[in-house]
Design a protein around this ligand. Structure first.
Ligand code: BTN
Length: 251
């Protein structure tokens, strides 16, 4: 049904500061203060959030934005949205700057072994489901400004000596591509080998030895594939394979 609205016309809201653009967008859509197709962007966040309850360092000058996607109910694979967003971010960055980033399963954008950006997908349920995809990309943080505890973990265009993309162009292009993936190509409703191939080509995770914690134990293996559903395939030392659909792979 939402494909009838394609190409999607979105309302963009630009803020100097937000606590978290995901929280703002969820609240405003829920109370119907913003149209269902909206984007909130902020220059900085005072309480940027990441997956698994973590915080996301969001000092001024980054690209911090959240995009709402009302869903029709036909979508079989909502978690795939995070990987699709990662693909959009990585491809658009390369098109605008020539910089080749990698996608660390399931939600991080990596450059030179450190995190350049991250994606947090959340859902709201009111008159149907709406996904809110929050994207943070570190543009202007200088190496010496990176907090000690994040020194080996995060990076930015500035810290790597790279020319950052123009922020509004970056945000608009990523949003437009995600709209095409979700509403024109309907990639949450059907598997697509070509798109999975594009994600795999940019994968940071494939070939890496990782650990995965379940409630009972820790599993060690090597990431050997990403399935068309977006699961990471771990090959274990006993020769078996395990598909991981959610959670975290650590090195
Ligand atoms: C992660 O590192 O686990 C995901 C980080 C996602 C950060 C973005 S910035 C815009 C949006 N608002 C938030 O509070 N988080 C997301």
């Amino acid at each position: 049904m939402y494909e009838d609205f394609f190409p999607i016309k979105r309302d963009f809201v630009f803020l100097e500061e937000s606590i978290s653009t995901n929280s703002d967008l969820k609240g405003l859509i829920y109370e119907k203060s913003l149209p269902v197709f909206s984007v909130i962007c902020a220059d900085r966040q005072s309480g940027g959030r990441g997956r698994l309850g973590r915080s996301f360092y969001s000092r001024a000058g980054g690209a911090y934005f959240s995009v709402s996607f009302p869903l029709s109910g036909q979508e079989k694979n909502i978690p795939f949205m995070t990987l699709l967003a990662g693909l959009c971010v990585s491809e658009v960055i390369e098109e605008l700057t020539g910089v080749k980033t990698e996608i660390k399963w399931p939600n991080d954008i990596y450059y030179n072994g450190r995190k350049l950006g991250g994606i947090l997908t959340e859902l709201i349920s009111k008159n149907g489901l709406t996904a809110v995809v929050g994207i943070g990309i570190n543009l202007s943080v200088k190496e010496e400004e990176i907090p000690c505890e994040l020194k080996n973990i995060m990076t930015s265009f500035e810290a790597e000596g790279l020319t950052a993309p123009e922020r509004n162009t970056l945000i608009r292009r990523i949003t437009e591509r995600l709209d095409i993936f979700i509403y024109e190509k309907k990639l949450l409703s059907r598997e697509n080998e070509e798109i999975t191939g594009r994600i795999k080509e940019r994968s940071f995770s494939i070939g890496k030895a990782v650990k995965y914690k379940t409630a009972e134990k820790e599993i060690c293996g090597t990431v050997t594939d990403i399935t068309p559903c977006g699961a990471a395939v771990l090959s274990l030392s006993d020769g078996t394979k395990k598909e991981i659909f959610c959670g975290e792979l650590t090195q």
